[in-house]
Design a protein around this ligand. Structure first.
Ligand SMILES: *[C@@H]1O[C@H](CO)[C@@H](O)[C@H](O)[C@H]1NC(C)=O
Ligand SMILES: *[C@@H]1O[C@H](CO)[C@@H](O)[C@H](O)[C@H]1NC(C)=O
Length: 451
């Protein structure tokens, strides 16, 4: 979504964190201020009360209900719902039913895209003393319940090679390895997750001659594994720049335009616990001073080896159905100008934070608008609530829809607001293109008054 209509550059992390209350109030305020400013005034026949923007704003802000929000979140997170799986259809149905029950005009748009799923993976460590350890790659208690940890669009492949630690896997990290006389060629690189995208990390390792990559998150979640995509670019790889519909024109699986979007070496995410086992077994060159920050454990060397890793990964690429759902609230003054509020619905696992804390907020916003509409309000511009599919694979659902509606959106979309992880830990984070800076500052002030 970012490229065309988004005024907010990255839907993935537009808003994350904060306390529940404050976040919801802020998003609600942004929308409330955006849409309530002009409205058709109406009056009750009995008392002739003029319903001012403030009147509607008060209803909007005071109709918060924790119980409703927790119900939404509970229903959305009952099952893991990766795009293309049967349980993802339950969340589709749920969001659609909620919109419809509120009396909102709803429609679903279906696409078909090439998605990537794991079939098999194994990692065994061959230590210097001759012992061998098979790593458990799934989270404790979750094997078979959630999708196995993997990188979507990682190619199938195997590697039997020495391990080397590459810090964050950035250009400067490889320069450091060169300065230290460490040869990455032919090795499996293990890196911690940093500012570089997963795909960027894998490509950089590939350029440096690595034969496989493990990525872990340096932190205190020892057994958690962060799934993600390593595809370059956004949207269905078979329809770059145009929309992917069933029966429509598509590139072949083996087209060079398709293949260039995927790395050439296999990679996978591993837990911090597994990373620690590997890193502690390394010998060779001492860890440079600059790389010693944030590491939760003490280890002295970055390799190469002597530990060997036997890593095998097998993926399956297949065409899957991708469903976006929309609720449209027609504007009374400028119906042809759209204010879009979007959030993805698909999750790698249960998605309590990413994305369903956002979807719960989206549904509650819909509920409050429905409430306002029942008391005579209509938005000044048309509001489109968007629930995207297949975001985790590379913003597939939103990108295909934008490609389908490029001309229309180019002339009619006024603003796109995105929410993904609405509630997560502490702090408030928002990003926007400069046009919205003041709006965010204003509503933040308003929210802190309320709390
Ligand atoms: C709703 O949740 C907030 C934040 O946890 C809390 O402060 C507030 O008391 C709750 N309200 C109700 C009615 O439970
Ligand atoms: C590496 O792992 C694969 C898959 O488990 C296995 O078939 C192969 O024999 C292993 N290679 C070595 C050298 O242990």
């Amino acid at each position: 979504m970012a490229k065309t209509v988004s005024l907010i550059s990255s839907p993935t992390h537009f808003l994350s964190s904060f306390t529940c209350t404050l976040f919801f109030i802020i998003v609600l305020c942004v929308l409330a201020m955006y849409t309530l400013f002009h409205h058709p005034t109406s009056s009750t026949s009995l008392f002739k009360i003029t319903k001012t923007p403030l009147y509607f704003q008060d209803i909007f802000l005071s109709s918060s209900d924790n119980y409703t929000l927790s119900e939404y979140l509970r229903a959305l997170t009952l099952h893991p719902h990766v795009t293309g799986t049967p349980s993802s259809l339950q969340t589709l149905d749920y969001v659609q039913t909620q919109f419809q029950d509120l009396g909102l005009k709803t429609h679903t748009v279906e696409f078909e895209a090439l998605l990537s799923y794991p079939v098999h993976s194994s990692v065994s460590l061959h230590f210097n003393d001759g012992s061998v350890q098979n790593l458990v790659l799934t989270e404790p208690g979750q094997a078979g319940r959630v999708i196995d940890p993997y990188h979507a669009y990682s190619p199938s492949g195997s590697a039997f090679a020495k391990v080397v630690y590459g810090n964050y896997g950035r250009e400067e990290d490889y320069s450091m390895l060169v300065r230290l006389g460490v040869k990455v060629k032919g090795c499996v690189v293990i890196v911690r997750r940093g500012e570089v995208s997963r795909g960027g990390v894998v490509r950089k390792a590939q350029e440096n001659g690595a034969v496989g990559v493990f990525i872990y998150v340096d932190g205190d979640n020892f057994d958690g594994v962060e799934r993600g995509t390593v595809m370059r670019g956004l949207g269905d790889p078979l329809t770059p720049g145009w929309t992917g519909v069933k029966g429509g024109e598509k590139l072949g699986f083996d087209d060079s335009e398709v293949l260039k979007r995927f790395p050439k070496i296999p990679s996978m995410p591993i837990s911090f616990t597994n990373a620690e086992v590997i890193l502690k077994s390394l010998d060779g060159v001492n860890l440079p001073f600059e790389w010693r920050d944030n590491l939760q454990f003490k280890f002295g060397s970055l390799g190469v080896g002597p530990t060997l890793v036997n890593f095998t990964y097998q993926e399956e690429n297949k065409l899957a159905k991708v469903y976006n759902i929309f609720a449209v609230l027609r504007g009374w003054e400028e119906p042809d100008r759209y204010v879009l509020l979007g959030n993805h619905r698909d999750a790698w696992t249960y998605g309590a934070v990413d994305p369903n804390s956002g979807t719960a907020a989206l549904l509650d916003i819909a509920r409050r608008y429905a409430l306002l509409m029942r008391s005579g309000w209509a938005p000044r511009r048309t509001i489109v609530l968007c629930s995207w599919d297949a975001e985790e694979f590379g913003m597939v659902g939103s990108t295909e829809w934008v490609e389908q509606n490029l001309v229309n959106l180019g002339s009619k979309a006024a603003v796109y607001l995105n929410v993904d992880c609405a509630v997560q830990g502490e702090g408030f984070f928002a990003r926007a293109t400069p046009q919205l800076d003041n709006l965010i500052i204003e509503v933040t002030k308003k929210a802190s008054e309320i709390t």
